[in-house]
Design a protein around this ligand. Sequence first.
Ligand code: PLP
Length: 374
Amino acid sequence: MKKAYLDNASTTQLRPEVVQEMTKILSEDYGNPSSTHSFGRHAKSILELSRKSIAKQLNASAQEIIFTSCGTEANNWILRSAVKDLKVKRIITSKIEHHAVLYTVQSLQQEFDIQVDYVAVKPNGEIDITDLVNLLSQETKTLVSLMHVNNEIGTVLDLEKVGRICEQHYALFHSDTVQSIGKTEIDLQIIPVDFIVASAHKFHGPKGVGFAFIKKNSGLQPIFHGGEQEKGLRPGTESVHQIAGMAKALELSYANLKQERNDILGLKNYLVSQLVFEFPAFKINGSQDGFYTILNVILPFEEEKAVMILFHLDMKGIAVSRGSACQSGSVKGSHVLAEMLSNENLKKPSLRISFSHYNTKEDIDLLINGLKGM
Ligand code: PLP
């Protein structure tokens, strides 16, 4: 059966060059980077070259890149240490963040009794910047945590603008950039942000590895304790093959960005034109000009079909999602759509279709045919 993988916001296929790089390291370069003998030194050099390569892609300095096991860990670390060690008394975030931020903030609120304010979300899923400025008028040590690209609806935050606003109000700025790293240019010499995070499996790298950008002299402290790895900020023997695979994946993503973005945008426009033709009453959830890799739509089907749609498409080999991956297969609705849609629209079937450069027009045709068979 011909299959179509259209769930790339959930995870992505590895690039062959990444598999090759990782396989070589797994079989040949097995030293522990903390060992002082030649095996260790060799592993250490792979690690540091990977760090340099990642820093270069983002115009950061290598010492600002700290490897973690995933995006979730990086978000947890930054938010927790900001409260515990940087004495942040208040977090401003939004109700449409990924649970890696949302639930972490809720847990910190309970544990440390900090103030948490949620910035208003506009009906198109964009963050209301005027509300953010109003919220920032309080004189409390504040951290703003707002994601760059929303993983469910693809709305984009203007990082530079929000960064400047935070600077003007002496607030720290953390952004969950898991969906945008490797998919759009990020120049950390221009964007005033204190902390961003990435996850390799979202940009055709391996699962179980990510990194945090921690601005120089931030004062952030570790949440794990143990060895001196990552300057003591993230103890634990580094997963050299994963880190090198991540660096390779990021390098290739940026080397091919212009072409791949163009191709993906073409596919997304093709899907929209097919939806307009076959299901003219469909609606886009989020902004009309959302991020090029994600399209979230309400389909004009009866409510009963909402429950069955993923199953029906899956039977035909088509992988899409109803929200974030942790929610696909769960009975819980999307917390992001719940913030934006009327009760009536919430009951209708919404689908998140997310693309990569591996997708083709054929994949879109399969999806459209699958939907026509509903
Ligand atoms: N943040 C966002 C916006 C995401 O989309 C995801 C993954 O779905 C995460 C964080 C979690 O990343 P990881 O899977 O590396 O823990």
